[in-house]
Each structure stands twice: as C-alpha cells, then as structure tokens.
Design a protein around this ligand. Sequence first.
Ligand code: ADP
Ligand code: MG
Length: 199
Amino acid sequence: MANEQLSALIDATNTAVQEAKDDLTKLDQAIGDGDHGLNMARGFAAIEQDRDKILAKPLGPALQAAGMTLVMKVGGASGPLYGSLLMAMGKAAPEGEPDRASLADMLGAGVEAVKKRGKSDRGAKTMLDVLIPVQEALADGADIAKIRQVADDAAEATIPMVATKGRASYLGERSAGHLDPGAASSRLLLQTVCDVIEG
Ligand code: ADP
Ligand code: MG
C-alpha cells in the first residue's frame, strides 16, 4: 500500500469516526455504557496525531504503531480489541504492496487476534460478526461492492442477536433488537477503507 494511501486512510477513518461519534454513542447507550463513540473518537484522533510517526514506517510497522496507539489511548474494550486487530494485521503484512490474498491473510490474522483477546467468536453480537464475514468475502475474492454489502448485511444481522460477550451480555435477552455498537463501527471502518481503495 502506497504511503499516500495510508495517509488518506488515516484521515478518512478519523473523519468518519468523528462524524459517527454521536450515532455510535447512541447505540452503546441502548445496550452498553454509552462510551463507544467517545472511545472511537479518542482513539482515531490519537492515530491522526501520531500520523507523521506512523507514516514514516513501512505498512506492517505502521499498522502495528496505529494499533499500539489505540491500545494505549482508549479505555473501553474496543481500544484493546481494535488495537489487537491492527497490530496483528501489521505483523501479517508483506514487505511490499499487499495484494488481495495478502489483505485477506492480514485481516484473517487480525480476526484471530480479536477472537483471542476478546475470548469471543462469531455469534456473540460483537464487532467479530462484521469482521469475520468480511474477511471470508475478501478471501473468496469478492469485489468492493460485494464487500460493502457483506459489511452492511453483517452489521444489520447483529440486531436480533442476543449478546454473550461484552457489556451488552449483561442485558441477556434484552440485548436483542439493537444494532451492536462495535459491529456498527467495524462496518464504518471497513466501508471507509473501501472508499479510500476506490479513490
Ligand atoms: P466497553 O464495552 O468497554 O464500554 P466500547 O463501548 O468502546 O467498550 O465497545 C463495545 C463494543 O466492543 C461492543 O459493541 C462489541 O462489538 C465489542 N466487544 C466488547 N466485548 C467484546 C469481546 N469480548 N469480543 C469482541 N468484541 C467485543
Ligand atoms: Mg461502551
């Protein structure tokens, strides 16, 4: 990935997260503690602040540095989880330009790290319910339009789910009927990556 694209990615994800802050907070007010918007906004603003340091590195170490920033700057569960995702993706990144197969491998490594860190998997009404189907679609060779569709459908599919991980799990059956905040932020981030790739 060209440095220019990584730079665009840092700006675009930060802008998207700041714009979505209130919506993400509302989702977390319904089934959590109402801080997801703030956590994401704080984390991505911190990455933006570290942009020069991050952009001085090749893709792999750059993603690891961005992940470390999220782990250090975000208090909620989502900071360490998204941080683990980016750090593992960075570790799995190739030396040169990543092609589709290496992007799928990178996201695969990221998903495994989130599973491990969250002691979680698909079906628990979390960000993994978006990240896993998108990773699978990417590995299957889906085009960008298809990836967007998969991310959107996967986020919406968390609505009827009963949460078994994270704060929403404290609500038990009452967590059903609400979009998971982390699924919403994962959809947003993945769609923003699609925007940047499309140019
Ligand atoms: P907190 O739950 O600490 O308040 P956030 O509100 O920022 O943190 O993030 C909540 C989101 O994090 C949830 O909507 C869910 O998608 C995700 N999440 C929480 N716990 C887990 C877990 N164990 N595994 C995967 N994702 C999780
Ligand atoms: Mg929260």
